[in-house]
Design a binder for this molecule. Structure first.
Ligand SMILES: *Cc1c(COP(=O)(O)O)cnc(C)c1O
Length: 393
């Protein structure tokens, strides 16, 4: 394999019509030269120029790059990360099957596990992701699929990919990994045997907080099966977003390297601040699974979770006082973003209920961008100062 920096520039090279940067194929449908060619187009899986729900030249280009980065035979693109996850799950399980998932997943993935799959007659067991014995104990004769996500919100807990795959494959079970929080630059689950790697390309792969997209990386056999479901579900990536995603991918290795450096430096800096109670980051020796994270990751990514001293009000004040990072969801882009986790739930839960759900009122999720590290540190210091100064008045 070429180096990742070269892959993102050249893995999608096609016979050139002269344009270095591909045009946006803003066409829902494509014409055939004659009846024979039409029959061939209609009968070819993922044809890039038949009907855009089935494929598009820019879908093909994006797929080639991401498959190469993840080390899988092929990849499919979708209109969002949830499009990738729901399509994959609906394609691979049927009524009577059993699925094992983690207690903590991206919220909409948990909803699929808790509500949607059971509606279709699929049983789901959720297990603590750091506990390999729990995965083992959950396996049944009808277990079809294990879904993992690592690192996972909110405390960046890591799942041992190699151990889960070993258990699964010994029992004929497919493993699907949501690799969004790591990116293929920091972690390649297929190297550990994971069968299907899914991404919200809205995050690192796009990298600029502008597009919505998803990617499914796998082997040809599973890709064919998932694609059959994909054309029925219809979570299609728009040609414009595919073009933006291609643009984003060109700089993915550089962006992720810079983000890794910034985030690690910021995580250490946060740990030194007396107003910070606890910092969760897989790249810190204080992370309970630091050794495992080092074993399966090449870098530790953008997201840092930390608890500040105080409660809901102090945390709200801190977030409001941050001047550089925007108060917004999402992660892995060029801009730093900060979210007060408990504020996301304020409308639906009171503090007691949040406590029961394991959402501390003083939790901040910070996605580090590519700004200069000294400016990010200075911003956090001034926000902390502001937060506790008000208390003294
Ligand atoms: C954002 C995200 C998703 C969902 O992706 P969308 O592109 O928003 O549909 C899934 N998994 C993880 C880990 C995410 O961060």
């Amino acid at each position: 394999m070429q180096h990742k920096e070269t892959v993102v520039i050249h893995a999608d090279d096609v016979e050139s019509d002269g344009a270095i940067n591909p045009p946006i194929y803003y066409s829902a449908t494509f014409q055939a030269k004659d009846a024979d060619e039409f029959a061939e187009m209609a009968g070819t899986s993922r044809h890039p120029k038949y009907y855009t729900r089935y494929g598009n030249p820019l879908h093909t280009r994006v797929s080639k790059i991401v498959a190469e980065l993840e080390g899988t035979e092929t990849a499919l693109v979708t209109g969002s990360g949830m499009g990738a996850i729901s399509t994959t799950l609906l394609a691979l399980v049927r009524a009577g099957d059993h699925v094992i998932a983690q207690t903590r997943h991206y919220m909409s993935t948990s909803k699929i596990m808790d509500e949607m799959l059971p509606r279709f007659g699929v049983e789901v067991t959720v297990v603590e992701q750091a506990d390999i014995q729990a995965f083992k104990d959950a396996i049944r004769p009808n277990t079809k699929l294990i879904m993992v996500e690592t690192p996972a919100n909110p405390t960046l807990v890591v799942t041992d990919l190699e151990a889960v795959v070993e258990l699964a494959h010994a029992n004929g079970i497919i493993v699907v990994a949501d690799n969004t929080f790591a990116s293929p630059i920091n972690q390649r689950p297929h190297d550990f045997g994971v069968d299907v790697v899914v991404h919200s390309a809205t995050k690192y792969l796009g990298g600029h907080h502008d597009l919505m997209a998803g990617v499914i990386c796998t082997n040809e056999v599973l890709a064919e099966q998932i694609w059959e479901t994909h054309i029925s579900i219809g979570a299609v990536l728009s040609p414009m977003d595919a073009w933006l995603l291609l643009r984003g991918l060109r700089t993915l290795p550089m962006r992720v390297e810079k983000i890794n450096q910034n985030a690690l430096a910021l995580a250490h800096f946060l740990e030194e601040q007396p107003q910070i109670e606890r910092v969760f980051y897989p790249g810190l020796p204080s992370h309970p699974q630091y050794e495992l994270a080092k074993k399966q990751m090449n870098g530790f990514g953008a997201v840092i979770a930390f608890a500040i001293k105080g409660g809901f009000a102090e945390t709200e004040r801190f977030i409001d006082a941050l001047a550089l990072s925007h108060n917004a969801v999402s992660l892995g882009g060029v801009d730093s973003l900060a979210v007060h986790t408990a504020a996301m739930w304020k409308g639906t839960m009171n503090e007691e209920q949040m406590k029961a759900a394991g959402i501390p009122p003083n939790f901040v999720r910070y996605s580090v961008g590519i700004e200069h590290i000294n400016d990010l540190k200075a911003d956090i210091l001034q926000a902390l100062k502001h937060t506790y100064e008000i208390d003294k008045v």
